[in-house]
Write a protein that binds this ligand. Sequence first.
Ligand code: ATP
Ligand code: MG
Ligand code: MG
Ligand code: MG
Length: 438
Amino acid sequence: MRLSRYFLPILKETPKEAEIVSHRLMLRAGMIRQQSAGIYSWLPLGHRVLRKIERIVEEEQARAGAIQMLMPTLQSADLWRESGRYDAYGKEMLRITDRHERDMLYGPTNEEMITDIFRSYVRSYKDLPLNLYHIQWKFRDEVRPRFGVMRGREFLMKDAYSFDLTQDQAVESYNRMFVSYLRTYKRMGLTAIPMKAETGPIGGDLSHEFIVLAETGESEVYCHRDFLDKATPGIDTDFDGDLTPIVRDWTSLYAATEDVVDKAEFEASVPEDKRIVARGIEVGQTFYFGTKYSEPMGAKVATAEGTEEPVHMGSYGIGVSRLLGAIIEASHDDAGIIWPIEVAPFHVGLINMRPGDDLTDPVCEDLYARLEASGIEVLYDDTSKSAGAKFASMDLIGLPFQVVAGPRGLKDGLLEVKDRKTGEKEMLTVDATIARLQ
Ligand code: ATP
Ligand code: MG
Ligand code: MG
Ligand code: MG
């Protein structure tokens, strides 16, 4: 992408309304624009990161056997009356009336709708296990939308729903999502700790919140320090095999949020020098809730014995749009964002120090074409802004690598390659630069 033809509205001023660093940096880097309280437009740079996060989520959901689909944002109130949640959900639900005076709502979650889909098509235990998911915008009329995309009113969520014949099989489905979550967050450069959690309006009795430690997090959490250097399940994890050992390993150390913490148990089970009492960001939550929806909504399957049983269900959310904020909270410095490579909007920022110059132009054009051809995404700054402004913008938007093409270095055929994270700089030939960035 040539910066001269891109849309990257960088702000010089630090927006006053932004209280935390990720919100400030997302606004300054031209990633989002607030349209009304807690509702954002995703500008091109922000949208690219959002898509990268979605793609990681999709890959890891597929690995764990979940099947992607798409349900609408608007739902009929009648479905929610069947489960009894229409009245229970309260003011967080945005209620809408259509022209025929029918009660609708903007979905805050999809348990009812997926249960309706399931009961319409699935009749036999032979079709189980089944796990269906989508990535769709949700609306929750939060009392205090704040911190940018961290607590929006409209936000993007991945929500998966599992269906099994028995509780034991449902726990196996739960474990598949649990393990896939560990991998998903790790690929984004995050350490998310699964913590015992309250189940809230979703209901049920087995649940974990996946929490990223951060000072600006909204919940207080209590956990064992050894979580921080636990090895994440690898790409060779067999999701058809028994995942119990992994789940046991990741749940054997104490970890709980303030809602459910038992301080005596925390202190008894974690040695003092291993105790972490900190704040954290909830980036996802998993629930097993048995027949809470299948029972009232009549989602049953035939068993091998010829009887009919309500299915055991679970649901599994990931805060896709919240993750941008969480990643930035975890990875930035005074100059701006530092993107982990897997979610970076572009891999490399190429700075032409003197556009129009006989030396820099052809080298930049050649490098740009060759990098793009090898699948490396380049943001090519071909504008005539000052060197200082170009460097500051590149640091702010946080691409993992910067390549600077200036007349001085190029006299000796050399480019400067800077690692955004470490700040290390190397002078390399064009070929060596390409090799370095592979
Ligand atoms: P919170 O405790 O932060 O209000 P929640 O427990 O109500 O979140 P869930 O119903 O568990 O949320 O939804 C699944 C995921 O969706 C959450 O773990 C979180 O990452 C994300 N999420 C929930 N509410 C918001 C919001 N208002 N803005 C952005 N992401 C959100
Ligand atoms: Mg909430
Ligand atoms: Mg919560
Ligand atoms: Mg939750």
